[in-house]
Design a protein around this ligand. Structure first.
Ligand SMILES: *Cc1c(COP(=O)(O)O)cnc(C)c1O
Length: 237
């Protein structure tokens, strides 16, 4: 048994345990394997162990893998920062985008989504940390933005995503996730039919699941530690 298969198995057990702890039904949380910076062979190993959803943050890094793995039944999720000049390729090659934070980007993705493909699933990324340097729309502008995005013909607004600053303990980790869930509930009460909360990574997946996450985005626990400087939130150049 290879080590990626073993790691995947243990992440799945971890998720099942957290679902149980939170009193949630088994299978209510999906695992997105974050494969940024990993070679295609690593994704093949995960595929061999039954993983078909992969998350990528940098287009340059993702493109050769998407080509190399074109024969495989993979659902590609884009989770990184989006520059306007990259929207066409993202709209053409991905099934999901978790990191939409501006209407301009959403409009381009909708216009550029090829007509033969189903609508692109998107999440609105929310800045739950309140730091100017962090990516994401502010909670205050979420409703207006979500309504506008939901009207775009070639997108399907599925929910909200957040990437909080690392926090020390479990209770602190829960704070931004609870905030995202409350926002999700508010938007649904306003008539938006959202079904996705994309929250939780290797170090905070239990807290995210306790607060209602439906997709956890896990890199390190599945593939091992990344090389330094190839971590979170770097621009795609
Ligand atoms: C890298 C990344 C992850 C995965 O982080 P790990 O700590 O390795 O699990 C999740 N979400 C986003 C947006 C990322 O950039």
């Amino acid at each position: 048994m290879n080590s990626i298969a073993q790691r995947l198995e243990s992440v799945r057990e971890h998720i099942t345990h957290a679902e149980k702890q939170a009193g949630r039904p088994p299978g209510s949380v999906q695992l997105l394997a974050v494969s940024k910076t990993r070679p295609a062979e690593d994704l093949r190993a995960a595929l061999g162990a039954g993983q078909t959803r992969f998350g990528e943050s940098y287009l340059q890094d993702a493109r050769p893998k998407i080509t190399a793995l074109a024969d495989a039944p993979i659902e590609w999720h884009f989770i990184g920062p989006i520059q306007s000049n990259k929207t066409r390729e993202i709209a053409e090659h991905f099934a999901w985008v978790h990191s939409v934070e501006r209407l301009k980007i959403a409009r381009r993705l909708s216009e550029q989504r090829p007509p033969e493909l189903p609508p692109l699933n998107v999440c609105l990324q929310i800045n739950t940390s309140g730091e100017a340097s962090k990516a994401g729309a502010s909670p205050a502008e979420a409703l207006t933005l979500a309504r506008s995005i939901a009207e775009l013909p070639r997108l399907r607004l599925r929910g909200l995503m957040t990437l909080p600053a690392p926090a020390g303990d479990f209770e602190q980790q829960r704070v931004p996730f609870r905030q995202l869930r409350q926002l999700f509930d508010q938007l649904n009460a306003e008539g938006l039919a959202l079904d996705t909360l994309s929250m939780g990574m290797t170090d905070d997946l239990e807290a995210a699941i306790a607060e209602g996450s439906t997709i956890v985005r896990i890199g390190t626990a599945v593939f091992g530690a990344r090389a330094p400087n190839k971590g979170r939130g770097t621009k795609d150049e």
